[in-house]
Design a protein around this ligand. Structure first.
Ligand SMILES: C[S@@+](CC[C@H](N)C(=O)[O-])C[C@H]1O[C@@H](n2cnc3c(N)ncnc32)[C@H](O)[C@@H]1O
Length: 399
């Protein structure tokens, strides 16, 4: 049975389904879901690029930032990095390899946990990071109780009910750095319009959109962090992303959180932008139609950073003003003129190629302005946090 048939069967059995359920099945159905089915989604031959596909310098700069965080925390004997949605593990590999080479003391204290729900990608992670798995430097988290995608369904209520279940990696007395690159944009959302909340029905084997009155969760989300859609518009509510952030932030006793993604703030929505941000990606082409080829295309949304920041703050985290990826990477890299990027270049042509890749990560024309960085901390003095080089570019240019 194809995924389309499976979704239609569910609609016939239990009635129109929320968009979040549709998105969840398309991306995470254990058999046919986009992220379960294949591991070649990423990179040149796949459907999209992420920063780690561009060049190892992304992971290397972040390794530099993580090492600084560890020193700010007083160079503890042990530190945990928990990466959410690590995909194929290129970022983790770049961080671990660079830390081992350049920051041996930090590397000696580091354990790297990989929170990846796709069984196919978990297998790939064990290959990419084999050396680090064998040495015990990397593993899948033990006992971390975040809700699994197939438990989420549309029911943000069900997620809320489990909201306090998180423990293990993040909640231990070991300081933790939670890192997420393009994780929150891959979590299922609801879609709202002036007609209400979207449900997916079926007619003659085709998906049809219908609308029901918005749930209280969605209305509370719109009222708190977003805007109500006007005629002809749609907006998304990301209650599942919100629950993840709540659980993570609650479980951190001392440490940092960095979330990088393309996204927006409520202020930008109030100015009329970022309304209806659902996008589907296939072979590097973008479509606004999520109903085409279920399971074969990636479906993403822009991230509501106002909502994520609020969830972190409600759990006692200090959230820094939102940065662009450009500002963040400039802050980390400019002190040594991005030496991390050019370390293995021997020939001028190699340097020229790497310079272009770096430019793509940092400049507004590439990923530098469309991607934003949320930095939050807990249990660390504000003046210590302010020393992070990732925050330096903005603070210096404000003076
Ligand atoms: C867009 S990819 C980003 C991959 C990687 N961070 C990168 O930058 O290349 C999103 C990743 O999040 C994973 N993911 C999505 N929902 C998840 C969940 N609830 N728990 C764990 N991993 C999840 C997907 O399987 C996928 O690997």
């Amino acid at each position: 049975m194809s995924l389309r048939e499976k979704i239609i069967q569910e609609i016939r059995a239990s009635g129109p389904i929320p968009f979040s359920r549709y998105m969840e099945m398309c991306l995470y159905d254990p058999q046919h879901g986009y992220y379960s089915r294949k591991v070649e989604q990423f990179g040149r031959a796949g459907d999209f690029y992420t920063s780690s596909d561009v060049h190892a310098v992304f992971g290397r700069l972040l390794a530099r930032q993580f090492e600084e965080m560890w020193r700010i925390l007083g160079s503890p004997e042990r530190i945990e990095i928990l990466e959410l949605g690590p995909g194929r593990g290129l970022f983790a590999r770049d961080v671990l390899d660079w830390s081992e080479k350049k920051f041996p003391e930090f590397f000696g204290a580091l354990h790297y946990s990989l929170w990846e729900q796709s069984a196919g990608l978990q297998a790939q992670l064990q290959v990419t990071l084999e050396r680090h798995f064998v040495a015990g430097n990397a593993s899948f988290p033990q006992g971390l109780k975040l809700p699994l995608p197939d438990e989420l369904h549309s029911a943000a209520e069900a997620v809320h009910a489990r909201a306090c279940a998180t423990d293990a990696a993040a909640a231990s007395s070991v300081p933790v750095i939670v890192f997420a690159n393009e994780f929150f944009d891959a979590l299922p959302v609801e879609v709202l319009s002036p007609w209400g909340e979207l449900r997916i029905a079926e007619k003659d084997g085709r998906f049809v959109e219908t609308w029901v009155p918005a749930t209280t969760d969605s209305l509370a989300y719109l009222g708190g962090y977003s805007v109500h859609a006007e005629d002809g518009e749609r907006v998304e509510t990301a209650c599942i992303a919100q629950s993840y952030m709540t659980q993570l932030a609650a479980s951190i006793q001392q440490g940092f959180l960095i979330a990088i993604d393309y996204g927006y703030t409520r202020a930008e929505q109030l100015a009329g932008r970022h309304r209806g941000t659902i996008m589907a990606y296939r072979k590097h082409s973008v479509s606004a139609n999520p109903y085409e080829a279920p399971g074969e295309q990636d479906i993403t949304t822009h991230v509501n950073f106002t909502a994520l920041a609020a969830a972190a703050e409600q759990q006692g985290m200090e959230v820094e003003p939102l940065l662009t990826q450009s500002q963040f990477l400039m802050g980390i890299g400019e002190r040594n003129q991005f030496a991390d990027a050019f370390d293995d270049c021997r020939l001028p042509q190699e340097r020229a190629k790497v310079a272009l890749q770096l430019k793509h990560l940092v400049t507004p024309a590439g990923m530098g302005e469309s991607f934003h960085v949320l930095v939050a901390s807990k249990g660390i003095a504000a003046e210590q946090v302010a020393r992070l080089s990732g925050l330096a570019f903005v603070s210096r240019n404000k003076r």
